[in-house]
Design a protein around this ligand. Sequence first.
Ligand SMILES: *Cc1c(COP(=O)(O)O)cnc(C)c1O
Length: 389
Amino acid sequence: MTRIFDEDLAGGMSTRAIHAGQRPDPVSGAIMTPVYLTSTYVQDGIGLNKGYEYARGKNPTRQALERNVATLEGGRHGLAFGSGMGCLDSIMKLFRAGDHIVCGENVYGGTFRLFDRILKHMGLSFSYVDTRDPQRVADAMTPTTRALLVETPTNPLMWLTDLAAMSEIAKRHQALLIVDNTFATPIFQRPLELGADIVWHSTTKYLNGHSDMIGGIAVVLEDDLADRLQFILNAAGAVPGPFDAWLALRGTKTLPLRMRQHDLNGRQIAAWLLDRLGAERVIYPGLANHPQHELAARQMSGFGGMMTLDLGSQENANRFLQAVRVFSLAESLGGVESLTNHPYTMTHGSVPVEVKEAMGLTDGMVRLSCGVEDVEDLIEDLDGALKGL
Ligand SMILES: *Cc1c(COP(=O)(O)O)cnc(C)c1O
């Protein structure tokens, strides 16, 4: 865990993205944070050290990333992990057998798998709820509920959850509100400002933005909670290597720039697809026909490059996915390059068929992660692939 300094809060989001958590290396003046490839730190005597003892607990490269992202999220402490799932798994170690968790029913497939295949057998219990409706969430809370976990917008159905309403419900039940902010990023949505206790990310996606590492990060405001999480981070040890932390840190420097372009491309592509396919086949929170467009516009300052198309059948989806040339068929999202995938068999392959059916996730759906290439090329690519259906 790294606490931010007051100086990290200087300036707007772009200035912070580039500078927060980083200062020239005191040894050489190197402007870039060095990759501290070390497992241990030499001590001057018993109990005399420079604040570093063993690199599972702290590493200066990791700390620069933690301060940087904590500042962007409007938090006070950052904790970096070796993957998004490692981060969530460590967060869940705040709870103990007998605790009940309320979780959004359309969360990332890996989140559901961690809960349903592992943590459920360790004494935690989960209720999966459509968090678009705050009343359903309120009804699911019990006297043993310790946390409310949501993701907004969701993957791949692009459902939105009203974070201010969730915070009210969580507080009423003294439960922690934990928000996966991977899709929106702090550039478009800052859950801590809306009352969340923990915001977390797969840094693998937009924060890094270049599809060249796996990582996770959690950001919190409260000192006590940060101390408990740091204890877990060090005790359980799901930490990132320094080079991956450095790659993510290089990525966040251009996060505001990239998000602006993902958003511009996303809006233009969604508008074109709406025209080409009809309103009922394009799911994008930035479109006026999205059932929660008003909430999206209120809660987010941009809509980004994620959207889902319903092509009607798995056969159509497959033909489309094989025909694209600029978009690539792959898991993951949020990189500078455009990707597309088949959520039914890929990201949500581990979600039971009846659960997918209940939430309206069909095998004709394809998800687009619109990158930052020239938008004309992306539209031409989609046009060519759709012509073949
Ligand atoms: C990818 C992803 C995760 C998992 O993160 P990893 O870095 O792959 O472990 C969690 N939530 C969302 C929304 C994701 O897209």
